[in-house]
Ligand binder design. Structure first.
Ligand code: GLC
Length: 595
């Protein structure tokens, strides 16, 4: 299914043409824009990228060895999912010590080596920060359990008495994102006194108790953690569940499911209620926390040199999009993930709408927008886009579910990425998407590890299918992930043909398409360009001109219609699939450098 990309000049006799008076969706950044306004950031999921010690789980030395691959791919930065000391109840998003590396992944000196190597290669490094909850094995939580009800130690978390006549029911009706109640009772009653055990809030797993962000020690501790990693040379932080830290006072009842990642699993379309209607999400109190963090980050760049900026990126599943811009006001975070773009179905009108809205909303606060299609929490876009358009987005796909159409999915995924990388702003890539890796729909039930699988009584498949170890070499053990052949999740058959060594240097392969796109994006400064509509196309074609500050104009086109669309006159820079007599076929995208 590898297509041949033919780079040639295409003339068209039809009307599409760049008109400087066409609708301007976004004005260009200046040539000196800070790196994070246009960076392409590659997400490494450390468990699954490269495994140097051969135990079946990826590690930091493995990552360090493979970093040149990312330099050659042409990205600007990496974001590493958590590598901290953790009992791994949620794959490391349950942190027991924020200042140490889990032995599964290596040691602090391995982290230092990784950071140094990245710097040598010109790659920036963003680490994951998990402030909403700790692990239950964190020393603070252990101290809270030991100290008992009413103690100052319990104040750092959200402990409450139970409800109901005997206190054996949860304090309120909140549900966990991973299913089941959002409360866990810490101990059975004390028969001597008749006292019941208290309950603690966990919006995720029971092993992820929520911190109490009203507590000054919690706030100080995270300033200190930021400084700890800044001192080690990181370039920024991806902030986990950034919209969850502050809960509405009094913890009022909430009758809806606690949906963070809007998976619609069987629940049908939900009404669009603003996220902050829910007492656990997007409360206004979170913003003063981020203003404090911004001060810590800015203090790490006292000269204010944009090349030295340290950044914050919010993982905030917030709607409507204008609420998201509150996180990227000038004195808060630098970026927020654009999940509205990720969840938009493959329909031209809706995509155009979300792109225009994203740019408008981010511009209203002077922030860059971001673009993202895949990450470690959602079905990979090469599979997601192969599902019937408009169907609810599943939380995992199993062997008994409708299987995605792999050919259609990959074709659309390549087109979607070609669109995304042609847009101004910062873009996030998820490991393996540059190979066109599909979701694994064949994870055996007994290999599943996502806490949602267990908490849902094994009804919600969860996210394991997008977390499969990377495919490097088709004929090596574990496809080159390590040299022992051990993998913490099985690699599906179809990953073999997609391995890095099978695609390298192969014209038209997905990997070479990504390289071409990233190279041309850099060469023509598309990340800092202005964006204007390209008139002359019908409703089914998304057509823009990215106007770079060097005066070059790149048309970015995607055809979602059934009829081939003509290309404007100019030099074809990249195409996500083969052209049809010089025209753009269905589900295909192209960049044309205009004359
Ligand atoms: C974020 C992470 C996800 C994790 C959850 C709880 O959404 O991306 O993987 O399970 O937070 O920390």
């Amino acid at each position: 299914m590898l297509v041949t990309s033919t780079l040639h000049t295409t003339e068209t006799t039809t009307s599409p043409e760049h008109r400087p008076d066409a609708l301007l969706l976004h004005a260009p950044d200046g040539p000196d824009a800070a790196w994070w306004r246009h960076a392409v950031i590659y997400q490494i999921y450390p468990r699954s990228w490269a495994d140097a010690d051969g135990d079946g789980v990826g590690d930091l030395p493995g990552i360090t060895n493979r970093l040149p691959y990312l330099r050659d791919l042409g990205v600007d930065a990496v974001w590493l999912s958590p590598f901290y000391r953790s009992p791994m109840a949620d794959a490391g998003y349950d942190v027991a010590d924020y200042r140490d590396i889990d032995p599964l992944f290596g040691s602090l000196s391995d982290a230092t080596a990784l950071l140094a190597r990245a710097k040598e290669l010109g790659l920036r490094v963003i680490v994951d920060l998990v402030p909403n909850h700790t692990s239950d094995e964190h020393e603070w939580f252990q101290a809270a359990l030991a100290a008992g009800p009413g103690s100052p130690e319990r104040e750092r978390y959200i402990f409450r008495e139970g409800s109901g006549p005997t206190g054996d029911e949860p304090p309120n009706n909140w549900l966990s994102v991973f299913r089941g109640p959002a409360w866990t009772q810490v101990q059975a009653g004390d028969p001597a006194t008749g006292a019941k055990g208290q309950w603690y809030l966990n919006l995720f797993d029971s092993k992820q108790p929520d911190l109490n962000w009203q507590h000054p020690q919690v706030r100080e501790e995270f300033h200190d953690i930021l400084r700890f990693w800044l001192a080690r040379g990181v370039d920024g932080f991806r902030v986990d569940v950034a919209h969850g830290l502050v809960k509405r006072a009094g913890l009022p009842a909430w009758d809806e499911a606690s949906v963070m990642i809007d998976d619609h699993d069987g629940a049908g379309e939900r009404e669009a209620i603003p996220t902050n209607a829910a007492p656990m999400w997007d409360q206004d109190g979170v913003h003063e926390i981020y203003r404090g963090w911004r001060e810590v980050l800015d203090a790490a760049n006292p000269a204010g040199d944009p090349a030295q900026d340290k950044i914050l990126c919010a993982e905030a599943w917030v709607e409507p999009i204008d609420r998201l811009t509150l996180y990227t006001r000038r004195d808060e975070m630098h970026q927020a993930f654009n999940f509205p773009f990720l969840v938009t179905p493959w329909r031209a009108g809706e995509l155009r709408e979300v792109i225009a809205q994203s740019l408008r909303a981010a511009d209203s606060v002077g922030a860059p927008t971001t673009w993202v299609l895949s990450n470690h929490d959602v079905v990979r876009h090469a599979s997601r886009l192969g599902l019937p358009i408009g169907d609810p987005r599943p939380n995992g796909i199993g062997p008994n579910d409708t299987q995605p159409d792999a050919v259609v999915g990959l074709r659309r995924a390549r087109a979607a990425t070609t669109l995304m990388l042609g847009l101004p702003g910062s873009a996030y890539l998820y490991q393996g998407e540059e190979l066109g890796l599909p979701e694994s729909t064949q994870v055996p039930d007994d290999a599943r590890q996502d806490p949602a699988w267990f908490r849902s009584g094994k009804t919600v498949l969860g996210r394991d299918g997008c977390r499969i170890p990377m495919a490097w070499e088709a004929d090596a053990p574990a496809l080159g992930f390590n040299d022992t052949g051990a993998t913490w999740l099985p690699q599906p058959q179809e990953y073999r043909e997609l391995a890095v060594d099978r695609q390298t240097g192969v014209p038209g392969s997905t990997l070479e398409l990504y390289r071409t796109l990233l190279g041309a994006r850099r060469e023509h400064d598309l990340g800092t360009g202005g964006l204007r509509e390209l008139p002359g196309y019908g409703d089914d074609v998304i057509a823009y001109v990215n106007e770079a500050h060097d005066g070059s104009h790149t048309a970015v086109l995607v055809n979602l219609g059934e009829q081939p669309a003509p290309l404007p006159s100019g030099r074809l820079v990249a195409a996500s699939g083969e052209l049809l007599g010089g025209a753009l076929p269905t589900d295909t995208a192209a960049w044309v450098l205009l004359d």
